[in-house]
Design a protein around this ligand. Sequence first.
Ligand code: HXC
Length: 259
Amino acid sequence: MSFETLELTREGAIATLTLNRPKALNSLNARMIQELGECLGSIREDSSIRCLLVTGAGKAFVAGADIKEMDERDPATGKQMAEDGQRVFQILEELPFATIAVVNGFALGGGLELALACDFILASKTAKMGTPEVTLGLICGYGGTQRLTRAVGPKLARMITLTGDIYTAEQMEKWGVVAMTFDSSNLLEEAKKIANNISQRSPKAIKLTKQAISRGVEQTLAEGLKLEAELFRQAFVSEDKREGIRAFIEKRAPHFTGR
Ligand code: HXC
């Protein structure tokens, strides 16, 4: 598949999706949202992918929604814009394999919201992140008020969104938004090492773990524990479980199929 605003590349089981509008700091215009939806929809069923890296071309990850495009929208098409992006980010969040946001530079507004829809965020030490929507008279519309709150709790989410300030990756790491930071020259290489590590794990177990966390976080602890036990049962009947346990006993590396 070829796209105007994205690039999708493959190295074995690792796919890399690069947001590619560097002149506009990869800001998310309608075309990019549409292409993101097509791209994610097309890889969703690809069982040969074990991990997806999401990153940006040039000096930015994504500097937010395209502000110039928003100038032309009315309230109805503005709401539509939020819903379109939310639907696409939901596809990203629900992918059955691991997804890592590799934040190489500015991740602002919709850019941070995109990163938050990935399983976790790795960032360059020089990356800058935040939700400047309030500086434009806007609020987050691609899930930021919801996912940031779930990530760091309401107090910190309020501070980040109400200030609209741009924070360092180091600060975001302390707050738990970013899992790890690396020197910018090593970021992609380190992210690929982590992706490669995840690629050796059972795809079935990865898929079930993702479901347990994303569905469980919406439930009470008692409901979440029930869900976990049921998904544990599903892991228990899998070929991957049989293979993983046999491989341990036979002192060899497992060969997982995802079944
Ligand atoms: C459109 C953008 C853009 C954006 C940057 N550009 N961000 N265009 N939308 N979000 C364009 C600039 O206009 C400029 O184009 C080029 O990219 C380079 O940007 P500069 O500003 O010259 O770069 P720099 O001085 O390094 O400043 C970087 C920056 C600044 C701090 C990231 O660009 C910035 O503040 N951008 C806006 C960030 C923001 O507010 N994002 C939140 C958007 S609202 P030209 O043609 O002039 O060279 C949002 C809502 C999401 O995300 C929810 C929607 C439903």
